[in-house]
Design a protein around this ligand. Sequence first.
Ligand code: FES
Length: 152
Amino acid sequence: MPAEFAFTLNGQATTVRAEPAQSLLEILRDTCGLKATRLGCGLGQCGACTVLVDGEARHACDTSMEAAAGHDITTLEGLGSRADPHPLQAAFVEEQALQCGYCTTGMLMCSAALLRRNPDPSEQEIRQALDGNLCRCGVHNRIVRAVRKAAR
Ligand code: FES
């Protein structure tokens, strides 16, 4: 049965009506109109749907609204903007760390969570943190360079 769920979304108090088991991803995209978060596998295996929940990287596709309620959710729209990009966004552009762009949101959000807990990660730590984020174009090396650049 649908219910009201309150949470913080990109710094704004937000309430939505949803089924408790409905995914946070569906609500972000279809109810809140925030389309930057991607649906990839829908099974918690590709990382395309990564958002920050209380600053930690989480898959929005397998986070239910019941689990999201009461938490601080950040999507790519809340990370930075065209006028005021997050250092990761600027570094991804400078290093050309994307090709088709489908994985980019997840890569950025996962990297943001990494830099939050480790502001100066080694290449190996970056690779470990992004291990669950798939990129089919194969720009992994450029992504790692961009994260290193943003950390400086
Ligand atoms: Fe969520 Fe693939 S769409 S992990």
